[in-house]
Design a protein around this ligand. Structure first.
Ligand SMILES: [Fe+2]
Length: 300
């Protein structure tokens, strides 16, 4: 347990990832001390859970803005009406039951993702969040060296698990919207965290292939490395309650929304904080291959 002040507490949820924060009124304007406490807690625990946080869209934007400049809602998906920085994460628009880091198909993916629960299904609908730095540390040395040397192409027009013909009309429309602009970016497979210096595996569902390898070789290597990310020891399971705020460091995590709620309504609001350009083990920075994301993030 980390106690910075008598009233603010970060209580660890698992050994490797996650803390529940108490004693911070996230709906209020935060002072510099509290922001510093939250930033340090986020760097240490990677994912923070706040209960009893019924944030409006405006309050969520204000909270997230304490952690840095905001992105717009998404490079291609529509924002919430009247709130250009709020992305509705709605089971009606599709499900994200694949491991991913948010928006890695652009050069500067978000630094932080914030989610506020609006409609919670009566059962299921949990979000899994994995610590990718712990995954990197778990790799045997020869695999760490291999990962350090690899680069991956990330795209929003990736090979979907569900083929086009298996989709209903609505899902087909959603996919068409998601891929209405094509982005392709080369990122290092191992990213050095800009604040902690920790190395983490930087992969996830938008990876199309590993640079220099065939599609089949890429799949095998990614599967092997991903198996370390998704080890249960590296994963926090967030069971959503109404009015819950969850914040994760998108530079050093992957997440997965479990599709286990029988199509019941599930709705979260997402606001993301802009990130910087990833840097690999050799100091090399990510490169845009296709797509302009300047309307999405200030550091495109
Ligand atoms: Fe996501």
């Amino acid at each position: 347990m980390t106690t910075i002040a008598t009233d603010r507490i970060a209580r660890k949820l698992t050994g490797r990832i996650g803390a529940e924060i108490a004693g911070v009124d996230v709906s209020a304007e935060l002072d510099a001390d509290t922001i510093d406490f939250l930033n340090r807690a986020l760097l240490e625990h990677k994912a923070l859970v706040f209960r009893g946080a019924p944030l409006s869209k405006e309050q969520q934007e204000r909270f997230a803005a304490h952690l840095g400049d905001l992105t717009t809602a998404h490079p291609t998906l529509a924002a919430e009406a009247g709130a250009p920085r709020v992305l509705p994460v709605d089971s009606e628009r599709g499900v994200a039951n694949h491991w991913h880091t948010d928006v890695t198909f652009v050069r500067s993916p978000p630094k932080v993702t914030t989610l506020v629960s609006k409609v919670v299904p009566p059962y299921g609908g949990e979000t899994l969040i994995a610590n990718t730095a712990a995954a990197y540390r778990d790799l045997p040395e020869p695999l760490r060296q291999l990962a350090d040397s690899l680069w991956a192409i990330h795209t929003n027009d990736y090979d979907y698990a569900q083929p086009e013909e298996a989709l209903d009309q609505r899902a087909r429309e959603n996919r068409a919207q998601f891929t209405s602009l094509t982005y392709r970016t080369a990122h290092p497979v191992v990213r050095v965290h800009p604040e902690t210096g920790e190395k983490g595996l930087f992969l996830g569902g938008f990876v199309q292939r590993i640079v220099g390898l065939s599609a089949g070789e890429s799949r095998d290597i990614v599967r092997l490395l991903q198996s370390y990310v998704t080890r249960p020891e590296n994963v926090l399971r967030v069971a959503w309650e109404p009015d819950q705020l969850v914040v994760f460091d998108n530079r050093v995590t992957q997440h997965y929304a479990i599709d286990n709620y029988d199509g019941r309504p599930r709705r979260l609001n997402r606001v993301t904080v802009a990130g910087d350009v990833p840097v690999g083990s050799t100091g090399e920075r990510s490169r845009v291959l296709e797509g302009d994301s300047s309307h999405y993030t200030p550091s495109s």
